[in-house]
Design a protein around this ligand. Sequence first.
Ligand SMILES: Cc1cc2nc3c(=O)[nH]c(=O)nc-3n(C[C@H](O)[C@H](O)[C@H](O)COP(=O)(O)OP(=O)(O)OC[C@H]3O[C@@H](n4cnc5c(N)ncnc54)[C@H](O)[C@@H]3O)c2cc1C
Ligand SMILES: NC(=O)c1ccc[n+]([C@@H]2O[C@H](COP(=O)([O-])OP(=O)(O)OC[C@H]3O[C@@H](n4cnc5c(N)ncnc54)[C@H](O)[C@@H]3O)[C@@H](O)[C@H]2O)c1
Length: 467
Amino acid sequence: MADEFDVIVIGGGPAGENVVDRAVRGGLTAALVEERLAGGECSYWACVPSKALLRPIDLAAEVSRVPGMSLGPIDVAAVLARRDEAVSNYDDAGQVRWIESVPAELVRGHGRLDGQKRVRVTTDDGERVLTARHAVVLATGSVPQVPGVPGLKEAAPWTSHEVTAAKEIPERLAVLGGGVVACEMAQAMHGLGARETTLLVRGGGLLSRMEPFAGELLAEAFAEAGIDVRLRTGIERVERPEPGGKVTVHLSDGTLLEADELLVATGRRAATRDIGLDTVGLPAGEPVEVDDSMRATAVGDGWLYAVGDVNGRVLLTHMGKYQARVCGDVIAARARGDELPAMRDLADAYGSPQVVFTDPQICAVGRTERMAREDGFRYRVVDYDMGAVTGAYLLGDGYRGKARAVVDEDRKVLLGVTFAGPGAAELLHAATIAVTAEVPLDRLWHAVPSFPTVSEIWLRLLETYGL
Ligand SMILES: Cc1cc2nc3c(=O)[nH]c(=O)nc-3n(C[C@H](O)[C@H](O)[C@H](O)COP(=O)(O)OP(=O)(O)OC[C@H]3O[C@@H](n4cnc5c(N)ncnc54)[C@H](O)[C@@H]3O)c2cc1C
Ligand SMILES: NC(=O)c1ccc[n+]([C@@H]2O[C@H](COP(=O)([O-])OP(=O)(O)OC[C@H]3O[C@@H](n4cnc5c(N)ncnc54)[C@H](O)[C@@H]3O)[C@@H](O)[C@H]2O)c1
């Protein structure tokens, strides 16, 4: 049986869902193919559960900084129950209702491209072939990457999938990696009761894509909390004789580390190994390269698009959703015969905003100093101690934080901003607006921050710059 739709989207995560929404708003019909749960990795095994696990730890840290306030021990069972509620108990009925309301058709099963504008879906009942009048969109996301260290795969370590869905907190947790998943989940597990948490970090610092001071502040906070961060430490071999039993990790310095669980957080790869890319002349297993309208650059006739993690541009939900809005609008405009729809992905090029939800929070948008240098800008760096702002002092004793602005000296606009400090997440969008809208600094000077908020950091940064 062949079914025809204007647009077929493979992958029902945040990116895929948003393409469907925009394409249908643009007057098209759409099918969404999903093999697991509608809502994707983000809703069930990534953003949502990880933040549900981190929130009580963040709050406990806030309370501990205010004299006269104290919290009892965290009720771990209640935290895990709230996490389960946040992921709708791994039930996607709410998402399905939303998809139906768009309206779009949800096709449950594994989708594969089958040549131009065709998608073959393996369903529980057999197979269904869908054809697209205008476009097929790949939104299959990404999967955890597990390095080929001897014994590692056989040890069946946790990845982000298992740690975000944890039913129990391991007593001793070893974490491989020093990126975002490693830092967030190490702090979550430690805060929820892991007695020994050890980060094994290949490089010289945490969060290496951020400004170096961000990782340093976080490492200090980890050390104070008793999380053992071992920099420049690789792993050579892993042993786990009993499935689910004790893990022994052989480290590059010749020592051994024993743990009850090992979390591998060493990055992700595009989920493109088994989606029929070969049928349209693309290499399986690689991200699908796209232009700024999200069209796959290597496929003729402009019918194939890719949004979200699968295109490898930026592995963040909000950026995948933004790309999806661009993509849905572009497909609808092209279907109407508009050859040059105005909608284009501009934000990725500025540098996408990101919040790492640790305590301290690490928030950044645009270019770091290193990126500004590598991209050939004539720039100046402006730093300020966030703890010296009255609003930060009032949030709690011992507030430690740092802000950095990277200024384009030729155009007098911001190239990037980083805030590292407790409760900094909500500061970030102001920075995103200033960077993306390229607000001139002498104009930004007139955006007066309220006293006594941490936002006064903006005033201090501009004063330090010389305004
Ligand atoms: C632990 C963790 C925490 C994170 N926290 C944040 C955060 O706080 N903020 C943030 O912005 N980002 C965060 N991210 C990143 C974020 O999860 C991803 O960027 C986001 O999920 C990407 O969305 P997507 O729609 O591209 O893919 P996904 O969410 O991965 O969805 C892809 C969907 O496609 C389906 N699929 C795949 N192949 C097929 C196929 N062949 N047929 C049918 N269906 C298929 C999958 O089942 C899945 O449902 C986090 C990631 C991790 C691992
Ligand atoms: N709050 C958020 O925004 C958030 C939270 C979690 C994840 N994410 C997204 O998910 C993506 C994946 O996160 P991640 O932490 O897995 O990846 P990452 O790229 O942030 O970090 C990977 C880490 O693993 C290390 N590594 C890589 N290969 C290794 C190897 N063979 N041996 C030892 N160490 C190795 C890297 O040096 C790095 O420290 C990120 O790109 C991020 O954008 C975002």
